[in-house]
Design a binder for this molecule. Structure first.
Ligand code: ADP
Ligand code: MG
Ligand code: MG
Length: 251
């Protein structure tokens, strides 16, 4: 599904290298957790995969189902089945949620050679998913994320994700700032979407989220590369002992 080889990236216009030859394979149908201390490059990895212009890939490859992501424009990466939920979801004043969601769905359908979704079909779909996620019809009437609480923004991202039905979803610290109820709603939303043809990369600093979204594999990122890989027990080990020893051993 996702195959990252020797990915090396820096901040555009600067020399500071942030990803240092990162290798990562995510198999189809699996949930992979990436943990790591602050500043290890977790968000940079998601930004680079999303194609954000302020990062420059200097070496390496990233393939999604045989498609070379790094050669595609950001919107084509999304159409190829990549979805990213960011740590800080953006607000879009003046753009209504329904308009935004419909445009996102139709952009993806168009790029994949499909007809636009009909309005009744769209409304039925959004209402059903919103209900599952505890998103009120009032929230659906507002501008994208404007005035939403942290938890509401995160739930909204899960709504976007479930409507776009990606092949690979990357969730960057979706748990940050969530209370336990919101965390469970987000985790339930992800768990409902788990499928044999869909993979997830769950990026998190803390083990807590992984109590609710059970990963198949856990990788630890430090200084822009994977320093250790294991099963769910690795997350528990980190929770008990912290990152310092592991980082030191790797160095
Ligand atoms: P994490 O998500 O693991 O906390 P980040 O990917 O956000 O780590 O950051 C990795 C390192 O790169 C940090 O030292 C951070 O300060 C630096 N960094 C990331 N993006 C930028 C940027 N746009 N400009 C300057 N420094 C950056
Ligand atoms: Mg951080
Ligand atoms: Mg981060």
């Amino acid at each position: 599904m996702l195959e990252i080889k020797n990915l090396t990236a820096k901040i555009a216009d600067e020399d500071t290298q942030i990803l240092n030859g990162l290798n990562l394979t995510v198999e189809t149908g699996k949930v992979v957790a990436i943990m790591g201390p602050n500043g290890s490059g977790k968000s940079t990895l998601s930004y680079v995969l999303a194609g954000r212009a302020d990062y420059e890939v200097t070496e390496g490859e990233a393939w999604l189902d045989g498609v070379n992501l790094l050669e595609l424009e950001p919107e084509d990466r999304a159409a190829a089945g990549l979805f990213l939920a960011f740590q800080y979801p953006i607000e879009i004043p003046g753009v209504g949620q329904m308009t935004f969601l419909k445009a996102a769905i139709n952009s993806q359908r168009k790029k994949n050679g499909l007809d636009e979704i009909s309005t009744p079909e769209f409304i039925k779909l959004v209402n059903a998913k919103a209900k599952e996620l505890g998103i009120s019809s009032d929230m659906l009437k507002r501008s994208v994320n404007v005035g939403f609480s942290g938890g509401e923004k995160k739930r909204n991202e899960i709504l976007q994700m479930s409507l776009l039905a990606p092949k690979l979803a990357i969730l960057d610290e979706t748990d940050s700032g969530l209370d336990i109820d919101a965390l469970k709603i987000v985790a339930d939303g992800v768990n409902r979407m788990r499928a044999p043809d869909r993979s997830f990369v769950v990026i998190t600093h803390y083990q807590r989220l992984l109590d609710y979204i059970k990963p198949d594999v856990v990788h630890v990122l430090s200084k822009g590369r994977i320093i250790k890989s294991g099963g769910p027990e690795l997350a528990l080990e980190l929770e008990a002992n912290g990152y310092a020893d592991m980082v030191e051993q790797a160095a």
